[in-house]
Design a protein around this ligand. Structure first.
Ligand code: NAD
Length: 421
């Protein structure tokens, strides 16, 4: 099938590369020229396992990048960002701009195609795009073109694997023709494919992320109680996670969730609820716990070391999760800002996120190019991301370690403090 992807970030690029791997002809569009240039050289602008290989195999063949929408698309995926506004609601300007561009193109397009929203958008947004598409194209949705909502559930760091091995696929559509076209792309996947209307598909994505964020904040709250009682919260979570009704995933207590999705999606769902006069108590608590959780590790250090003023501290891990270079809303940002406010001198090391961290902290901190270099900087260590290479007790001989991610799992060592254990 001829596919166009509008917005070639984490979701768009992974979707495009995987659909090319599945035999489709994919055109990736982005307003960022540097991304387009990199893709055409088979270089990935982001780090994702397996992505560069897919680009090597398909760039210039089944996968091409440009900044112009082509005429040939049978399916156009919208994968642009949907960031938070100051008040927590979702800023729809990128998605509306993308819909306008697509609408203009549809005007001169002869063949039927389906516009598929893959970005995470508040319920009713896709319906509102129909109006924009019809206005710009002068054509009728359901007759001249179709519309669908197909939320994405991939995890950064495992995005290629997750796209190829989904737990389920949701296709929201208002008419059979739109549904069938999108179904055609996924029909060989061995997972449930659920058909819904547009706004249900949108709501499924928010509910999924809000539930996962809730599990994390719940674990952190239990972790804070466990810490005060000298109980290892991981012993507790490992035990309750065996219960099939609960499940073990997302019960890892620590310094909280971050990334481009959970923080903004929970806020957006709260904003959606408020718009329909529902006051969401659990969701507000989820955010409340998460905002405070990164600061717990700084409190622990202050309790153990007294004032942190002028102390040299090594930060291990900057990305919001391992196997990713994404720093968006990473808990490390809050921790580092708090330590800088306490006049600490910091050197940070992340296997792949140092460059993205430089865009946030500039020269306020030092960046170590190796784990060894980072450990040589100081005897006080904060572990903020659970990278595999940090999981070696021998590295920390004679160091004081504050572990935000249960990397070392040490229970009784006077030089080791876990944030919730
Ligand atoms: P991103 O910021 O990495 O990528 C968005 C891209 O869209 C950018 O490259 C930007 O230049 C481009 N863009 C913006 N406006 C454009 C336009 N008019 N035409 C062409 N390109 C345009 O964002 P992302 O992380 O890939 O997220 C995209 C959407 O997918 C969001 O709604 C997000 O919530 C959702 N989502 C993200 C993830 C994730 O793990 N990152 C997972 C599931 C869903």
């Amino acid at each position: 099938m001829n596919i166009t992807i509008v917005g070639t970030g984490y979701v768009g690029l992974v979707t495009g590369a995987c659909l090319a791997e599945l035999g489709n002809n994919v055109t990736c569009i982005d307003i960022d020229k540097s991304k387009v240039d990199m893709l055409n050289k088979a270089k990935a602008p982001i780090f994702e396992k397996g992505l560069e290989n897919l680009l090597k195999n398909h760039a210039g063949k089944k996968l091409n990048a440009t900044n112009q929408l082509p005429q040939t698309a049978e399916v156009i995926f919208i994968c642009v960002g949907t960031p938070s506004r100051e008040d927590g609601s979702t800023d729809l300007k990128y998605i509306e701009n993308a819909a306008r561009d697509i609408g203009k193109k549809l005007k001169s397009k002869k063949d039927y195609c389906v516009v598929v929203v893959k970005s995470t958008v508040p319920p009713k947004t896709t319906e509102s795009l129909i109006h924009i598409l019809e206005k710009e194209s002068g054509k009728k949705c359901g007759k001249d073109f179709g519309i669908a909502m197909n939320p994405e559930f991939l995890r950064e760091g495992n995005a290629v694997y997750d796209f190829m091995n989904p737990d389920r696929i949701i296709i929201g559509a208002n008419d059979d023709k739109s549904y069938e076209k999108v179904y055609g792309l996924y029909k060989n996947f061995k997972c449930p494919i659920l058909s819904t209307d547009l706004r249900t598909a949108e709501m499924i994505k928010y509910t999924s992320n809000a539930f996962l964020a809730t599990k994390i904040s719940f674990s952190n709250e239990i972790g804070n109680i466990c810490k005060a009682l000298n109980i290892d919260v991981y012993d507790v979570m490992n035990a309750i996670g065996i219960d099939k009704r609960i499940g073990r995933a997302f019960l890892n207590a620590g310094i909280g969730y971050g990334g481009s999705c959970f923080p903004k999606d929970v806020k957006s769902l709260i904003s959606t609820a408020k718009n329909v006069d529902v006051s969401p108590k659990i969701l507000n608590a989820v955010i409340g716990v998460n905002e405070n959780q990164p600061l717990k590790i700084v409190e622990l250090a202050k309790k153990k070391l007294g004032t942190l003023k002028d102390k040299k501290i090594t930060i291990l891990g900057l990305a919001f999760k391992p196997d990713s270079d994404d720093m968006r809303e990473a808990p490390s940002i809050k921790v580092i800002n708090e330590l800088l406010a306490s006049s600490c001198k910091l050197a940070a090391y992340d296997p792949i996120a140092n460059e993205n961290a430089k865009k946030i902290f500039g020269d306020k901190i030092e960046y170590a190019s190796s784990l060894k270099g980072a450990l040589a900087f100081s005897d006080i260590i904060f572990i903020l991301t659970e990278w595999e290479e940090f999981n070696d007790e021998k590295l920390y001989k004679d160091k004081i370690v504050f572990d935000g991610r249960y990397v070392l799992k040490k229970k009784s060592d006077k030089n080791y403090e876990g944030v919730c254990w």
